[in-house]
Design a protein around this ligand. Structure first.
Ligand code: NAG
Ligand code: NAG
Ligand code: NAG
Length: 236
């Protein structure tokens, strides 16, 4: 199936009501409101030419299976994380975690105008409490094969500043071919649908690690390369 970042964002916009309704149901049916507080995460894309897809957002506790384990050759990324990292689609993570152990809420955060461009910011609001103190967010850097940025189950407090690095999901070979890259760097280069071909998936490194950037071994030029960090998150 060909998936376009923009089709996904469009769909998400119109399914937002049902997403919020189900989040409301699941959170209001759970106990544990002690220490409840709202955190505002001001997310700024600091990269040069890597727009960010819609974000997967989750509040949970330590019983939840983490989004990923960095550097462990024994723990490959889930299929749902691969779908985010390869195609910029957070919906599978939403489905995977919405009824999972230790999860208070899941959400998908998008901007009104599509991917969060370099230099732009967006604010993600989460409600945590003493029983569900951890926050996870994740988004794809769309001019890549399978790069994502994330906060992986962190106990956040107002005043904190986090710098996020580009992570390689390890699920898709970094061939840098436009048919495998959904972002605008490949628009008008035989990839006008912004599609990421499922044939591209596979031959990845097999584990989540710090991304090694753009090596110019396919269609991408050095313009899409970056140095870390890619994203700054200021917690309020
Ligand atoms: C969320 O739940 C509250 C009460 O539990 C209700 O008043 C409100 O309408 C619900 N919102 C949605 C979007 O379902
Ligand atoms: C990308 O590179 C491949 C291999 O060099 C080439 O066959 C293909 O035409 C290129 N695609 C674009 C859109 O430039
Ligand atoms: C919300 C946002 O960041 N929008 C911007 C995305 O990036 C493009 C260009 O890179 C801007 O034109 C948008 O306004």
């Amino acid at each position: 199936m060909k998936t376009s970042v923009f089709t996904i964002l469009f769909t998400l916009f119109f399914s937002a009501n049902s997403i919020f309704a189900s989040r409301n149901r699941s959170s209001s049916s759970r106990k544990g409101r002690r220490g409840s507080k709202t955190l505002k995460l001001r997310v700024t894309n600091q990269s040069y030419r890597q727009p960010l897809s819609g974000f997967f957002v989750m509040v949970h506790n330590s019983y939840t299976t983490p989004l990923y384990v960095r550097g462990s050759r024994d723990v490959p990324a889930s299929q749902a994380l691969a779908e985010l990292a390869e195609n910029g689609n957070p919906q599978d993570l939403y489905e995977m975690y919405k009824d999972a152990t230790g999860v208070l809420s899941v959400d998908i955060h998008t901007t009104d105008v599509g991917p969060l461009g370099p230099g732009y910011s967006t604010t993600i609001e989460v409600e945590v409490n003493d029983d569900y103190p951890l926050v996870t967010i994740a988004s794809m850097a769309v001019n890549t094969n399978d790069c994502f940025v994330a906060i992986n189950g962190a106990n956040l407090n107002s005043g904190q500043v986090l710098d996020l690095v580009g992570l390689d999901a390890g699920t898709e070979e970094n061939n840098e071919l436009c048919e495998c890259i959904p972002g605008p760097a490949c628009a008008g280069m035989g990839n006008d649908e912004q599609a990421s071909n499922p044939v591209c998936a596979g031959n990845g490194e097999g584990f989540v690690h710090i991304h090694r950037g753009i090596q110019q071994n396919g269609n991408l030029t050095g313009l899409e390369d970056w140095r870390n960090p890619m994203v700054r998150v200021v917690v309020d």
